[in-house]
Design a protein around this ligand. Structure first.
Ligand code: NIG
Length: 398
């Protein structure tokens, strides 16, 4: 059955068609079949059947957010660590071990419940595509549990056994475990491999070993890089053909040039930068230098306990000096590129799946309806509850 969505005051397509005023979308079997001005909308579908009509009441519509960096499989919180930080402390990766303990003790049922709640909260904020990582288990059984739960609910799952060397473990032996037994266990459940390449976590040599082991198993590569200081993360990500290098707070001109000449997306995480009081990633400079930028939430209990992409987009506009169109593109198509889910051929991604992040015929009917007639309210009315409805594959998920 086809559905015609009308009553769209402005449609931010994130395609070369830009914004269409008084627009309509036809959805057929979870995929966008037609997009254009409402007065040109078809009344029958390709088989000649009358389409159902759903009136969105004069609201603005944009693609669903594509949140390409989250850590949703965890238990416990670190409010006390955060409070100490805002009273003058600084962020240290060691807090990951606190979450590791809580996560190891949680068990399947509770981790699954928490994940479902987090996905529902993300959907309530307009997010339709989520990537999530393991990385709070840090032993074979707990990483496998995290990966197997995540793969039941999330399309893009990332193995982040190399998040931290667990307390008491020898770093080299742990890297060996991550590249061997742990990777063997999780590989059937994951699509990507990632490493926290940072002082206090994994150095370049260790990071390369982990990522190369993942590549050899057919996984795509992502990197946590240049978050807390200068480092080799960006160059390594580009060298290895990573889909994305995430954080990028401390990048120099050489890093930016390497990114600009590559297929690697720079994913900025504004909510994390504010929470850790790190300098905001230089999203404006990256865009001006020709780098593809994505915006993601980085939901996790240590550095960014929010899945609100509206908040991230607002921050990108008000504090990182992106235009609204640039910020929306980074949080939709940018995220899709960071997950290699963007359209490359007639609305389909490189694997022939309906693409994400654009309102385009052939792409997934994933969209975000705002409770206002204009998308500029995302920055003009910051912090207001602007998400009205969220549709994924044409179905309401919020
Ligand atoms: O992306 N940087 C590494 N990982 C997370 C933080 C993890 C934590 O502190 O629990 C991040 O910021």
């Amino acid at each position: 059955m086809s559905t015609l969505f009308t009553g769209i005051s402005e449609l931010r397509t994130v395609t070369d068609r830009g914004t269409i005023k008084d627009a309509a979308i036809v959805v057929d079997d979870g995929v966008i079949a037609w997009v254009g001005p409402a007065n040109e909308a078809p009344e029958v579908d390709s088989s000649g059947r009358r389409v159902d009509v759903e009136d969105l009441g004069g609201r603005a519509v944009l693609p669903g957010w594509v949140d390409s960096h989250t850590h949703m499989i965890f238990d416990g919180d670190r409010g006390a660590e955060f409070e100490a930080r805002i009273s003058g402390g600084s962020y240290e990766a060691g807090g990951i071990a606190v979450t590791m303990e809580a996560t190891r003790n949680a068990g399947r049922e509770r981790l699954e419940l928490l994940l479902r709640q987090r996905l529902a909260a993300a959907a309530a904020g307009g997010t339709t595509t989520v990537e999530t990582k393991t990385g709070y288990g840090l032993d074979v059984a707990s990483e496998l549990l995290a990966a197997s739960i995540a793969s039941q609910y999330v399309e893009d799952v990332t193995f982040l056994g190399a998040h931290l060397v667990p307390p008491g473990a020898d770093a080299e032996e742990y890297v060996e475990l991550v590249c061997g037994e742990m990777l063997d266990a999780v590989a059937p459940h994951v699509d990507w491999i990632d490493v926290f390449c940072e002082r206090g976590a994994f150095d370049e040599q260790q990071s390369r070993r982990v990522l190369e082991a993942g590549l050899a198993r057919g996984l795509g590569v992502r990197v946590h890089g240049n978050q807390l200081g200068d480092g080799p993360g960006v160059q390594m990500a580009v060298d290895l053909g990573a889909a994305s290098v995430d954080h990028v707070n401390y990048v120099d001109d050489k890093d930016i040039a390497a990114l600009a000449g590559s297929e690697t997306v720079a994913t900025v995480l504004p909510a994390c930068d504010l929470s850790t009081r790190e300098p905001l990633a230089p999203a404006r400079k990256l865009l001006d230098s020709g780098v593809t930028v994505a915006i993601a939430s980085n939901l996790n209990p240590g550095t960014s306990y929010t899945s609100s992409m509206n908040y991230c987009v607002t921050t990108a506009v008000l504090q990182q000096h992106l235009s609204l169109d640039e910020a929306i593109e980074a949080a939709t198509l940018g995220g899709a590129k960071a997950l290699r889910r963007n359209a490359v051929d007639g609305g389909k991604d490189a694997k022939g799946r309906p693409a994400k992040g654009q309102i385009l015929a052939g792409a997934a009917a994933d969209f975000h309806v705002l409770n206002t007639h204009q998308a500029i309210d995302l920055a003009y009315r910051p912090g207001m509850p602007l998400t009205w409805r969220t549709y994924k594959a044409g179905e309401r998920i919020h």
